[in-house]
Ligand binder design. Structure first.
Ligand code: HEM
Length: 186
């Protein structure tokens, strides 16, 4: 039990650090957003964080094993079968998102019920189903990291390989995100 609880502390920290790496990459790849973040309010921070969680390949899929036979939308689920929920696919599905391969935080301006359509940390109601109860904390930590990177420090991004593989799980930019000449903002 102690080991499991220790893993429960380490796991989210590692997971959020991956999101933060993609947040830094998004700011670098989209200087127009970086500019807006410098002058933006909490709403823009939130939209930017949501778009990072939608656009970048953090969780490719979630797996579960069927407990008992059931039919859903004419699909038969047999007991014992491993089912994979295509998280990355849903986050890039053109039936759900317009221009899904464009990075556009503004798409989150529209208030919509996304309980089952936006599922970077699982879908549904966290109180009743399998959605991560740490989602709110994750979002707040990402916003705090953006504030640090945008308003508290200046840094340079040296030449490096920022491509990432879609077949590695979990994936990260090849070089990580190397920063140099980091200075505290006066
Ligand atoms: C990048 C960050 C994170 C991702 C992608 C993530 C993803 C997930 C997913 C997909 C599940 C549902 C698993 C399932 O039942 O099928 C889950 C469960 C859970 N997460 Fe997270 N999580 C993240 C961060 C956090 C944080 C920061 C916390 C705590 C502060 C946390 C605490 C939990 C707990 C306690 C559960 C189990 C809930 C239950 O079984 O009732 N997670 N997470």
């Amino acid at each position: 039990m102690a080991a499991k609880e220790l893993i429960n502390v380490i796991r989210p920290i590692v997971a959020i650090s991956t999101y933060i790496t993609f947040t830094a990459l998004a700011m670098y790849e989209h200087p127009e957003c970086h500019e807006e973040l410098m002058h933006g309010d909490n709403n823009y921070f939130e939209m930017f964080v949501q778009e990072v969680r939608r656009y970048y390949p953090f969780t490719p899929f979630l797996g579960a094993r069927v407990h008992k036979d059931f039919v859903w939308n004419q699909y038969e689920f047999k007991k014992g079968v491993l089912v994979l929920l295509d998280v990355y696919g849903m986050n890039h599905d053109s039936q759900i998102w317009s221009d899904p391969d464009e990075f556009r935080p503004g798409r989150f301006k529209e208030q919509k019920d996304r309980t089952f359509s936006f599922i970077p940390q699982g879908g549904g109601d966290p109180g009743k189903g399998h959605r991560c109860p740490g989602e709110g904390i994750t979002i707040e930590m990402m916003k705090a990291s953006i504030n640090f990177l945008v308003n508290k420090v200046d840094f340079e991004v040296p030449e490096q390989d920022l491509t990432y593989s879609l077949s590695r799980i979990p994936t990260l930019p090849e070089s990580g995100f190397i920063m140099k000449n980091i200075r505290k903002k006066l």
